[in-house]
Ligand binder design. Structure first.
Ligand SMILES: Nc1ncnc2c1ncn2[C@@H]1O[C@H](COP(=O)(O)OP(=O)(O)OP(=O)(O)O)[C@@H](O)[C@H]1O
Length: 378
C-alpha cells in the first residue's frame, strides 16, 4: 500500500511577476513504512515537494494523498505528518520538554500526564532525558537536533518529513545521527520522507531514493539500482564518489573507439547496442572509478594511461590518469601504489561499463545487460 501518493504534482512560484517552475509534473509513490530519500542539487525542488506534502506550501497542480485521503486542502496539523527542519525550529524561550510537548498540547486533547509520558519516552529514545529541562540555547547542535526529532516522534505521525535534518552538524556527529535516524525508523516502522543534497546520506540510509534535477525526477530506485543501473548521465554523475568517468566514443559496429583506446564488445552487447546506435554513431562511455583496475597490457581491451597523481584517501588510493586528452579517476585499495608520472595499463570489465546516448543522456545498457534480460525480438 502506498502511504503517500504524489500524482502529477507541479509547483509554480510567482517571483515578482516571474513564474518559477520549481516542481514539474511529478509522480511518486512512497510505500507504507518506507524510508524514501529525495536527493538532488540545490534548487532542484526537493524542499518544495516536501513542504507541499507537509501542507506548508500550496500545490499548483496535481494531488497528494496520505493513506487513502487526498490532503491538498487539509491543514498541516491534520495531515498526520511531523516535520524535522534543517534549523530545528525550536522555540528558544521554552525548555526541551516544552518544545516537545507544545504541538501535542495545541493539536490534541491529551492530558498533561499522557503528554509528559510521551515526551519522556521520546527523550529516552533520543538519549536526551538529561537535557529535558534545558532551553535550546544551552544545548549543543546535536542535542537540539535530537530535541527536534524527539518532538516529531512525540506526535506519533503516519509520516515523518525531514528536510536536511543533519546538515548543520559536524561530519562526525552527522555520521552518528544517520545511524540514529535509521534506528528510529526500524524501531517505529513509520514512513520517512527525507530530503538531502548529500548523495552519500541518501545511499546509506534509504530503502529507495528519488533523484531530482530541475524540478523533475530523474530516477527512483533502491541505492543498488541507482548505483549499478543509473538511468542517465545526470544520475551516473551525481551518485558515486569520485564521480563516474566519461569518454566520448564512436561505435564502429563491434568496438567502442575512444580518443586513445579501442574497446572490443561481446557479440551480445553489440546486438544490444545496435538497437540504439548505428556504425559511426557517437556515444558516451561511463566507468566508475572503482570499476577500473591496473593491468599488464596483454588484454585486448587494456588501455594505456599516464598516471599523474596518486592520492591516499582513507583506506583507498585515488589515481588520476591521463587517457589521451581525457582525465580518468581510479579508486584502488591502499596497497595498490603504482609509480607516479609513468605510463601503465588500466582495464575495466564489460559488465561494468555504461553507455549513454550523447543527446538525451539515457543509459542504453541500463535496462538489458545488467539485468540479463534477453534483447527483445520484434
Ligand atoms: N518562496 C519562493 N518563492 C519563489 N521561488 C522559490 C521559493 N522557494 C523556492 N523557490 C525556487 O524554487 C526552486 C526550487 O527550490 P527548492 O528550495 O525547493 O529547492 P531545493 O532542491 O530544496 O534546494 P536546496 O537544497 O538549496 O534547499 C528554486 O529555483 C528556488 O529558487
Amino acid at each position: 500500500m502506498s502511504e503517500v501518493t504524489i500524482e502529477n504534482v507541479s509547483k509554480v512560484y510567482d517571483d515578482g511577476g516571474n513564474d518559477i517552475l520549481a516542481v514539474d509534473d511529478i509522480d511518486l509513490d512512497i510505500r507504507d513504512g518506507e524510508f524514501m530519500t529525495i536527493v538532488g542539487p540545490s534548487g532542484s525542488g526537493k524542499s518544495t515537494l516536501l513542504r507541499m506534502i507537509a501542507g506548508l506550501e500550496s500545490i499548483t497542480d496535481g494531488t497528494i494523498s496520505i493513506g487513502d485521503r487526498v490532503v491538498n486542502d487539509v491543514s498541516p496539523q491534520d495531515r498526520g505528518t511531523a516535520m524535522v527542519f534543517q534549523n530545528y525550529a525550536l522555540y528558544p524561550h521554552m525548555t526541551a520538554r516544552k518544545n516537545m510537548a507544545y504541538g501535542l498540547k495545541l493539536t490534541t486533547d491529551l492530558g498533561k500526564e499522557e503528554i509528559n509520558d510521551r515526551v519522556e519516552e521520546a527523550a529516552d529514545m533520543m538519549g536526551i532525558s538529561q537535557q529535558l529541562d534545558k532551553k535550546p540555547g544551552s544545548l549543543s547542535g546535536g542535542q537540539q537536533q535530537r530535541v527536534a526529532t524527539g518532538r516529531a516522534i512525540v506526535r506519533d505521525p503516519e509520516v515523518f518529513l525531514m528536510d536536511e535534518p543533519l546538515s548543520n552538524l559536524d561530519a562526525k556527529l552527522r555520521m552518528h545521527m544517520r545511524t540514529e535516524i535509521q534506528r528510529i525508523h526500524e524501531d517505529l516502522g513509520t514512513t520517512i520522507i527525507y530530503v538531502t543534497h548529500d548523495q552519500e546520506e541518501a545511499m546509506t540510509m534509504s530503502d529507495r531514493v528519488a533523484i531530482f534535477d530541475m524540478g523533475e525526477i530523474q530516477q527512483v530506485g533502491t541505492p543498488d539500482e541507482i548505483y549499478n543501473h543509473p538511468a542517465n548521465l545526470f544520475v551516473a554523475d551525481f551518485i558515486g564518489s569520485p564521480s563516474m568517468n566519461t569518454f566520448d566514443v564512436t561505435f564502429d559496429g563491434s568496438r567502442l573507439v575512444g580518443p586513445d583506446f579501442e574497446y572490443e564488445l561481446s557479440a551480445e552487447t553489440v546486438d544490444h547496442v545496435t538497437q540504439y546506435a548505428g556504425e559511426g554513431d557517437e556515444l558516451v562511455l561511463g566507468i566508475r572509478p572503482e570499476d577500473i583496475y591496473l593491468a599488464d597490457g596483454s588484454g585486448t581491451n587494456d588501455v594505456s594511461a599516464y598516471l599523474d597523481v596518486l592520492e591516499p584517501v582513507g583506506s583507498d588510493n585515488y589515481l588520476y590518469f591521463q587517457v589521451g586528452d581525457d582525465e580518468c579517476r581510479v579508486r584502488v585499495p591502499g596497497d595498490v601504489k603504482p609509480e607516479e608520472n609513468k605510463e601503465v595499463f588500466i582495464a575495466f570489465d564489460e559488465e561494468n561499463i555504461h553507455l549513454f546516448h550523447p543527446e538525451d543522456g539515457t543509459n542504453i545498457l541500463a535496462e538489458s545487460q545488467r539485468t540479463a534480460q534477453p534483447v527483445a525480438d520484434d
